[in-house]
Write a protein that binds this ligand. Structure first.
Ligand code: RFL
Length: 392
């Protein structure tokens, strides 16, 4: 057994873990990042596509914005299309600086890894059998087996559990410690990745056939989301049906199509674990909460948790001040619940306003009134833009 020691062991090299690693290095605090997958797998995962304005400002403050998201295209306009009629949100002066950075998650992750390694960061891929010990003691430890089968033990002051929804970190917390708030939205989506031109602006569409979304994932790559039946499976959605429904729901009969490279069906769900900590283990990102995709907040919450975590650890390690550590969970959860509410509001509005077979005509009209308010009331539009930017 190889034994070593560091200040923080970070479990998982997704957006949360890599951001923790990069910010800790800027504070001069030692850390080791452990990742179960090989580099190609981690850098190839196509998921989120938008870095919110709040996170852009955060990276600017840490001197990392140029290297992580500097040349990514940006947009300050969101299009909501209702029955084929376009409404552009965020055009007025006040919002122009609050741009959304259109940076695919895999690009953000690749750049985060490059920055971390270039600055001498310790990132170990393909670790197996990760286990966390002594979480309720002052000196916890993480054990794992490397690619050659050698067992390692790293003792540390803190563990950052950044290993996603199915990781080992949250599973290491004794039963009954965490309260679980789970919600099934009763909605399923087909997610399609295609080599097809991206939309002019991020696009959300309401139609009698159900919700559709169209987002950029690269210069010639698009992600489409289509509301589908709760029991649908991927084989229910051959290419022809996908494109027919995309065109009908977007009200764009001549929308260019392209080869579909990935397709999956999933149910919209939201979960929050409280508190986001147990002893010396702190949970971050998807390990602590899952949020429904509308609003684009999953990756952005992971980035927020990472900064709150690093400021808390810096307080303890550099200044012996435990104040921020004690309020870590509370500080993160305030934003988590704020975004859960925003995401739920947007999910309900965009689905209820379209196909009313589930919710009935009264709820459909309410949802349409909310969408009208976004177009007609500058203060409602401003509140929406603030939430989208992460400033509310
Ligand atoms: P991640 O990205 O899941 O990273 C966790 C990492 O931990 C590793 N791991 C382990 N490593 C060591 N030992 C173990 N025992 C381990 N177990 C797991 C994993 O290999 C992985 O590398 O979590 P993190 O960092 O918290 O980041 C969260 C975000 O990835 C997630 O919230 C977003 O992708 C959610 N999401 C979206 N978020 C947005 O903000 N905007 C979007 O438009 C958006 N679209 C999406 C999404 C998520 C999706 N899926 C499938 C989950 C679209 C999709 C399709």
């Amino acid at each position: 057994m190889a034994r070593e020691s560091t200040s923080v062991v970070v479990v998982g090299a997704g957006p949360a873990g890599l951001t923790v690693g990069n910010l800790l290095r800027r504070c001069g605090i030692s850390c080791v990042v452990l990742e179960r997958q090989p580099p190609a797998r981690v850098m190839g995962r196509q998921r989120a596509g938008v870095v919110e304005y709040r996170a852009v400002r955060m990276f600017e403050e840490w001197g990392l914005a140029d290297r992580l998201i500097g040349d990514a295209p940006s947009d300050e306009i969101l299009e909501i299309r209702v029955d084929g009629n376009s409404r552009l949100l965020g055009q007025d002066e006040g919002n122009a600086s609050r741009r959304m950075i259109l940076c695919p998650q895999q690009v953000f992750v690749r750049r985060s890894i490059e920055v971390f390694l270039a600055e001498g960061g310790d990132l170990r891929f393909e670790v197996a059998d990760v286990a966390l010990d002594g979480l309720d003691t002052g000196r916890p430890a993480v054990t794992y087996r490397d690619g050659a089968g050698v067992r390692h033990e790293i003792d540390c002051e803190f563990i950052a559990g950044c290993d996603g929804d199915h990781g080992i970190s949250r599973a290491s917390v004794p039963a009954g410690v965490l309260s679980v708030y789970a919600y099934d939205h009763g909605i399923a989506w087909l997610s399609v990745l295609a080599d097809a031109p991206p939309p002019q602006h991020p696009l959300l569409a309401v139609s009698p056939y159900g919700f559709a979304g169209h987002f950029a994932r690269g210069p010639q790559t698009s992600r489409f989301y289509l509301q589908c039946g709760l029991t649908d499976q991927v084989p229910d959605w051959p290419d022809e049906r996908v494109w027919q429904q995309v065109r009908a729901r977007l009200g764009a009969a001549d929308l260019p199509t392209g080869p579909i490279t990935d397709r999956e069906v999933f149910r919209l769900r939201s979960v929050v674990y409280d508190p986001m900590a147990y002893g010396r283990l702190l949970l971050l990102g998807d390990a602590a909460h899952i949020i429904a995709p509308l609003g684009g907040k999953g990756m952005n919450l992971a980035l927020h948790d990472a900064e709150v975590f690093v400021r808390a650890i810096r307080g303890v390690v550099r200044d012996g001040d435990h104040t921020a550590l004690q309020s870590y969970s509370r500080d993160c959860l305030r934003r988590v619940w704020n975004y859960q509410e925003f995401s739920r509001w947007l999910t309900e509005t965009l689905h209820d306003a379209g196909d009313d077979s589930q919710v009935g005509p009264f709820r459909r009209q309410l949802a349409r009134a909310r969408l009208d308010r976004l177009s007609n009331s500058p203060s409602a539009a401003q509140a929406f833009a603030d939430l989208l930017a992460g400033l509310a």
